[in-house]
Design a binder for this molecule. Structure first.
Ligand code: PLP
Length: 433
C-alpha cells in the first residue's frame, strides 16, 4: 500500500489557510475524493511527492509541461534570465522574439499582446471584440472553459436561447445577460442563434478542440458553420487556443482543422511553465488595443522576462522537426494501450481519443461529442479507476471532465508503466463489479 501520510498532514494544514487547501479548485480531488498528493519535485515524465512516491504524470501541469518537467534547456534559460533581474516594467527584446515566433506559426495572427494568464487573454479578447464591433453579445458553448472571466462563467438556461445562468456565486445575472450559451457541435443551434441575434453578436468564442469537458472534438462541418455565420453577420470568431496552442500541433488547432479565426488566445505551453497568456489577430483588430487604440488592456508583469525566456526555450524545442509527430505517436500509443487493457479485461464501456499531446478517456461505449454526452459517462467508475491508477503510481486528472496531457519525455518506459497500471485497474474493476 502506498504511503502518503505527509500529503495527508499537509492537506489538513493547507485547508486551514487556503480555501480547500488548494490554489485552483480541480487540484483538491473534490470530484474523486481522497487526498491530493503534495509534490516537491518533477522530472521528465514523473512526479515525486513528499512521501517519496513516484507517479507517471498524465496532466503535465494541465498542458504547459510539454517537453517534460525540469528540462535542462528551459531551466538554464530561466536561471540566466533571473540572474539579470526579475522584472523591469519596460519593453524587453525577448518579447519581440516570442511574438515573432508565435506569429510565424499562426497565419491568423499579425500582432499579439502578452498577458500573465489565459484568463486575462480571453477577457481581453472579448473586450477587444466588443470594442471593435460596437456590439454587446458574446456566444459561447456549453462545456467550453475560457478562464474565470465573469461573463464567461455561464451555463445554458432552461431552454435554447434563453438567458444564461452564472455558474459561480458572485456574478450578477446582469453580467451574463449578454452571453448566449449554445450546444457544442450543434450547427442548428448556431444558425438559430444568428438568425435571432446576428446583428448584436460581437463574437463567438470557442475551443476548437474542447479540452475542458474532457476532450471533445468538433464534428466535421461544425466549425465551418460557425465561421460562415460569423462572416455572414460580421461577428468576430475567437478561437480559445490557450490549451490547444502548441499542444495539438505547431500551428494550433486552426492549423489542423483548416478554419481560421479572427482572434486567437494562447496560454499554457507558450509560457513553458511560467505564468503567461497571449491574444492576437489581424493588425486591423489589434490596433484597437491601447496605446494605439481605445480598448484598454494592461499588466504589471505582462511579458515578464523570466516567463518569456521559459516560453521561448519551450517553443524552440516544440518547433523542432518531428516534435509533434513524435508526441502524437506517444499519445496514441498510450490511449490505445489503455483501450487494449480494457478489452483484455472484457471491459467494453470505455473509449479513448487524442490529438497531438492531448487525450480523453471516457467511461462510455462511444466517444462523446457534446457536454451532455460527457455528462452521461460513468463518473462512479471513473472515480474508482482514478484511485486504482493513483495507487499504481499513475496520476490522472482528478475529474472525468478534464482532458489529459503527455509530454515528449513520456517516450520510453512511462507509457508502458501507465498501461500496466491500467491493466491492473481494469482487472480490479471487473472483479469488483
Ligand atoms: C486553461 C484555460 C484557460 C485559462 O487559462 P489560465 O492561465 O488558467 O487563466 C482559458 N481557456 C482555455 C481553453 C483553457 O484551457
Amino acid at each position: 500500500m502506498q504511503n502518503f501520510v505527509t500529503s495527508k498532514k499537509l492537506f489538513e494544514k493547507a485547508k486551514k489557510v487556503i480555501p480547500g487547501g488548494v490554489n485552483s479548485p480541480v487540484r483538491a480531488f473534490n470530484a474523486v475524493g481522497g487526498t491530493p498528493r503534495f509534490l516537491n519535485r518533477a522530472e521528465g515524465a514523473y512526479l515525486y511527492d513528499v512521501d517519496g512516491n513516484r507517479y507517471v504524470d498524465t496532466i503535465c501541469s494541465w498542458g504547459p509541461a510539454i517537453v517534460g518537467h525540469a528540462n535542462k534547456k528551459i531551466i538554464n534559460a530561466v536561471k540566466e534570465a533571473a540572474s539579470k533581474g526579475l522584472t523591469f516594467g519596460t519593453p524587453t527584446p525577448g518579447e519581440i522574439e516570442l511574438a515573432e515566433l508565435i506569429i510565424n506559426q499562426f497565419q491568423s495572427i499579425e500582432m499579439l499582446r502578452l498577458t500573465s494568464s489565459g484568463t486575462e487573454a480571453t477577457m481581453s479578447a472579448i473586450r477587444l471584440a466588443r470594442g471593435v464591433s460596437g456590439r454587446k453579445k458574446i456566444v459561447k458553448f456549453e462545456g467550453c472553459y475560457h478562464g474565470h472571466v465573469d461573463s464567461l462563467l455561464v451555463k445554458a438556461g432552461s431552454g435554447l436561447l434563453t438567458l444564461g445562468n452564472p455558474t459561480s456565486a458572485g456574478i450578477p445575472e446582469e453580467f451574463v445577460e449578454e452571453t448566449i450559451v449554445l450546444n457544442y457541435n450543434d450547427i442548428g443551434d448556431v444558425e438559430d442563434c444568428f438568425e435571432k441575434f446576428g446583428d448584436q453578436i460581437a463574437a463567438v468564442i470557442i475551443e476548437p478542440f474542447a479540452g475542458n469537458m474532457n476532450l471533445v472534438k468538433p464534428l466535421s462541418g461544425f466549425l465551418e458553420a460557425v465561421r460562415r455565420e460569423c462572416d455572414k453577420y460580421k461577428a468576430l470568431l475567437i478561437f480559445d487556443e490557450v490549451m490547444t496552442g502548441f499542444r495539438v500541433g505547431r500551428n494550433g488547432a486552426q492549423g489542423i482543422l483548416g478554419v481560421t479565426p479572427d482572434i486567437t488566445t494562447l496560454g499554457k505551453v507558450i509560457g513553458g511553465g511560467m505564468p503567461m497568456g497571449a491574444f492576437g489577430g489581424k493588425e486591423e483588430y489589434m490596433s484597437h488595443i491601447a496605446p494605439t487604440g481605445p480598448v484598454y488592456q494592461a499588466g504589471t508583469l505582462s511579458g515578464n522576462p523570466i516567463a518569456v525566456a521559459a516560453g521561448l526555450e519551450t517553443l524552440k524545442i516544440v518547433l523542432e522537426k518531428d516534435f509533434f509527430s513524435k508526441l502524437s505517436t506517444i499519445t496514441t500509443e498510450f490511449v490505445q494501450g489503455l483501450k487494449l487493457a480494457a478489452i483484455n479485461n472484457n471491459y467494453s464501456a470505455f473509449s479513448v481519443d487524442s490529438v497531438g499531446g492531448m487525450f480523453g478517456i471516457y467511461f462510455s461505449e462511444n466517444i462523446p461529442s457534446s457536454f451532455e454526452e460527457v455528462s452521461k459517462c460513468n463518473q462512479n467508475i471513473f472515480k474508482k479507476f482514478f484511485h486504482l491508477m493513483l495507487e499504481n503510481n499513475v496520476y490522472l486528472a482528478p475529474s472525468s471532465f478534464e482532458a489529459g496531457f503527455l509530454s515528449i519525455a513520456h517516450e520510453g518506459p512511462a507509457v508502458s508503466e501507465a498501461i500496466k497500471a491500467a491493466d491492473i485497474a481494469f482487472r480490479s474493476l471487473q472483479q469488483n463489479h
